[in-house]
Design a protein around this ligand. Structure first.
Ligand SMILES: Cc1cc2nc3c(=O)[nH]c(=O)nc-3n(C[C@H](O)[C@H](O)[C@H](O)COP(=O)(O)O)c2cc1C
Length: 203
């Protein structure tokens, strides 16, 4: 079982980074092989809509996204850790997702698998936001679920935490790290669908 963690936050050791690290610890405790990619350390040019990918479903831009295509192909589980910024994912995450347009072309235009079908992949989202509002994660969920759907990655759930703002604030949320650790264990064991009801907490 290979789990690929993608940190979308520009903040190193930020809240989503801490949650992902804990999730991956849980996964390792169940024997998973894990890897973490920090998008903010990479060069990922935004999609230029040049339509070069229409030919073969491949992006012509040679940057770190080429490595991400490979890693997506090799992973059994992809965990995206993305804070909420202006209601949606940060630019680093959106750039990576938009650069998967070639995979969209493979699936819908060329009618070939976006990623190899030798494994069934699962996708999981970790997100946090400073606010505490109904639907505050909906834009992020919509974008990430669309990304997983296009890449034929089965949605395996999410861990969402509201009222988390300054660096390290997640450490003060009761049970958050424990939930992340357990989610990692469950993902490594192949359990599908994990969810945190973030608005059930008391104000
Ligand atoms: C540019 C920017 C925009 C933000 N927009 C939102 C927002 O729309 N809603 C929200 O709940 N939090 C928002 N936040 C707060 C972050 O989601 C919050 O600080 C979070 O804990 C950051 O997670 P990280 O440490 O993993 O980066 C924003 C933060 C930044 C820097």
């Amino acid at each position: 079982m290979k789990i690929l963690g993608i940190v979308g936050s520009p903040r190193r050791n930020g809240n989503t980074d801490l949650l992902l690290a804990e999730l991956l610890k849980g996964a390792v405790s169940k024997g998973a092989d894990v890897q973490t990619i920090y998008l903010s350390k990479l060069k990922i040019t935004p999609c230029e809509h040049c339509d070069a990918c229409l030919k073969e479903g491949k992006c012509r831009i040679q940057d770190d996204m080429q490595m991400i295509y490979d890693e997506l192909g090799k992973a059994d589980v992809i965990v995206l850790a993305s804070p909420v910024q202006f209601s949606g994912p940060p630019a680093q995450v959106k750039a990576m997702i938009d650069r998967c347009q070639g995979l969209w072309v493979r699936k819908y235009v060329l009618k070939i698998p976006p990623l190899s079908r030798e494994r069934i992949r699962k996708g999981f989202l970790i997100s946090v936001g400073a606010r505490h509002m109904k639907d505050m994660f909906e834009p992020t969920l919509g974008i990430v679920k669309t990304w997983f759907h296009v890449l034929e990655i089965e949605y395996a759930g999410e861990l969402l935490f509201s009222k988390v703002d300054e660096k390290g604030a997640i450490l003060r949320q009761p049970d958050a790290l424990q939930k992340a650790y357990e989610a990692g264990q469950k993902l490594a064991e192949g359990i599908i669908y994990i969810k945190t009801p973030y608005l059930e907490k008391k104000e």
